[in-house]
Write a protein that binds this ligand. Structure first.
Ligand SMILES: Nc1nc2c(ncn2[C@@H]2O[C@H](COP(=O)(O)OP(=O)(O)OP(=O)(O)O)[C@@H](O)[C@H]2O)c(=O)[nH]1
Ligand SMILES: [Mg+2]
Ligand SMILES: [Zn+2]
Length: 292
């Protein structure tokens, strides 16, 4: 029995990467009986079969996490991409993606793409915005191939990509996995050409050792699933301060003697991060009120 990772699932067959090679497998019938479907990213124990007979998936090892659309298990990193310019960064979306990654136990990596289009001061301000999160941050240009080698080296395990339209997700995937050549370009042009038929999700091995999910996409958490006081748990930049607040359960909105607000005033938490947090927290509170 050998252990491997499912790279691809098509028509009842699974391509499993094990022992440094790809082995085509079928799944044991018991999985269907138990209502478990092996998915891309699953770590599995297989009987590797032989040169004339495909292998068999015998066991699915416990999943660390699971993403619904596309269905992938055991995602290690989420690269959240913003563009330094064109389109203007949507930092509220960025924060929501970071929260969703934290919630799923996925390491966020921030990538600022298109640095060729902005002056260095603007790029530095974006880096500063997220400095106190401690998240790795790469300033790159997919078009001019700047910073991609360091990014490729920094990712281990399975990596997904997400970010608003036009930031360069497909361009970055193409740089990391040159054999893929995903379609890139202007939204208007892409819409005219029409949508491609849905492809099956696949893990692509990066030369440096990691695996990239070949289609951008990451379903965000519905923040209304959280209790308002839970939101802060997903802010690593708040974490060093929250135990210092006067009240346990402080939401850092209007409470007195709030250490998060003190850190904000002292420049240890960025103003943008705090104001977007306050907005999301208030939204959750309002939506709960309507629900009840
Ligand atoms: N100037 C510049 N343009 C870039 C860079 N990276 C990507 N682009 C361009 O930005 C446009 C959008 O890039 P895509 O890779 O298609 O963006 P995407 O995030 O996949 O967009 P969607 O598929 O719509 O979500 C394309 O015209 C790219 O050529 C860069 O580093 N600099
Ligand atoms: Mg794309
Ligand atoms: Zn507080």
């Amino acid at each position: 029995m050998v252990t491997g990772t499912i790279l691809k699932a098509v028509g009842g067959f699974y391509d499993v990467f094990a022992d440094g090679r790809v082995i085509r497998c079928r799944a044991r019938g018991k999985f269907r009986k138990d209502g478990i479907i092996p998915v891309v990213g699953d770590n599995v124990e297989i009987d590797p079969g032989s040169s004339v007979k495909e292998g068999t998936i015998e066991n699915i090892l416990p999943r660390r996490n699971f993403l619904g659309r596309p269905a992938v298990a055991n995602v290690d990193n989420l690269i959240v991409i913003i563009a330094a310019a064109s389109p203007e960064p949507d930092l509220l979306l960025t924060d929501k993606l970071l929260i969703s990654a934290e919630y799923k136990g996925i390491q966020p990596i921030i990538v600022i793409n298109k640095i060729d289009l902005a002056d260095s001061g603007h790029v530095a301000a974006l880096i500063d915005e997220y400095r106190n999160t401690g998240y790795p941050c790469h300033a790159i240009s997919a078009r001019h191939n700047i910073g991609l080698e360091a990014l490729a080296k920094s990712i281990r395990g399975i990596t997904a990509l997400a970010g608003q339209s036009g930031v360069g997700k497909s361009s970055v995937i193409n740089r990391l996995c040159p054999k893929l050549q995903l379609e890139t370009g202007d939204l208007s042009v892409k819409i005219q050409r029409g949508r491609h038929t849905t492809r099956h999700v696949e893990l692509i091995m990066v030369d440096e050792g990691g695996m990239i999910i070949d289609t951008p996409g990451f379903s965000q958490l519905d923040l209304n699933e959280l209790l308002p006081e839970q939101l802060q748990v997903y802010y690593p930049d708040f974490k060093p301060h929250i135990d210092e607040c006067r009240f346990t359960g402080c939401m850092h909105l209007n409470e007195p003697d709030c250490a998060v607000k003190a850190a904000l005033a002292g420049g240890e938490i960025s103003e943008g991060r705090y104001s977007r947090y306050a907005r999301l927290a208030k939204d959750i509170i309002t939506n709960r009120r309507y629900d009840q």
